[in-house]
Design a binder for this molecule. Sequence first.
Ligand SMILES: C[S@@+](CC[C@H](N)C(=O)[O-])C[C@H]1O[C@@H](n2cnc3c(N)ncnc32)[C@H](O)[C@@H]1O
Length: 245
Amino acid sequence: MNALAPDTKFLFFPQLNQVEDDSWLNSKSTFGPPQYENFFSGETLQGKFLKELATAQLLPIKEVLECFEYFAQIRKHVRAEVMADLCCGHGLLGVIFAMFEKSVDKVYLVDMVEPPSRQHLIELAISVAPWIEAKIVNVSERISVESEWLEEGMAIVSAHACGSLTDLCLDIACETKGNVAILPCCYPKKKCSAPLALQNNLGFELAFDVERTYKLERAGYHIRWQSIPAAISPMNRVVIGKKKS
Ligand SMILES: C[S@@+](CC[C@H](N)C(=O)[O-])C[C@H]1O[C@@H](n2cnc3c(N)ncnc32)[C@H](O)[C@@H]1O
């Protein structure tokens, strides 16, 4: 499958732009000591965190690279005192915001299911960045515009929230009037409200994101489209909405 969005270079891990065989970058195999030793070792904060992740063999390689590269693309556009990582699964994206962004005070990790990896991941993160313990709030529920913990100005981020859950993430951002970033995955064709002419000529995935862009613009957002490296995932378009002041 071709990538949805133009390819881009690795930002957080520029050393990966030089790898000749990039076939392992989207691997579902566990991120472990070999990857850490070969590409990520170091005494920096990310080096220490990646060492913990590698030793614990907790997450697939793809998930680790995806979260860091997505974070690198969106951090300066969406960071806010209070943030929510919606449909967060393991929660790595939200944990990275809590770890690397000093201005972020609180991150809600929200998913209707809390996988066993989440708590382990948080413990590993706290071992190298103890300041995140006070920032992380786990919420196990379906995402909704009516959740009582939503607050004005809260930024919303989400990675690969399936189908129209991505649209619900945008609706929630419009409710909080906060910045937002999405990395859409599957596109439910039947839910695409873009004009047929656009769907037929642009392809419905692109038309879907065009429609999302207009919707956010109408809600008072300035929109940017970016991408993560296609070697990590072909579902690589990043849509960022920055609330106009
Ligand atoms: C494809 S996974 C993405 C997980 C994570 N963001 C990532 O990038 O690995 C989609 C996640 O959405 C969650 N989910 C599905 N429906 C949901 C809902 N209605 N409310 C909250 N979470 C939901 C699932 O439990 C799953 O963890």
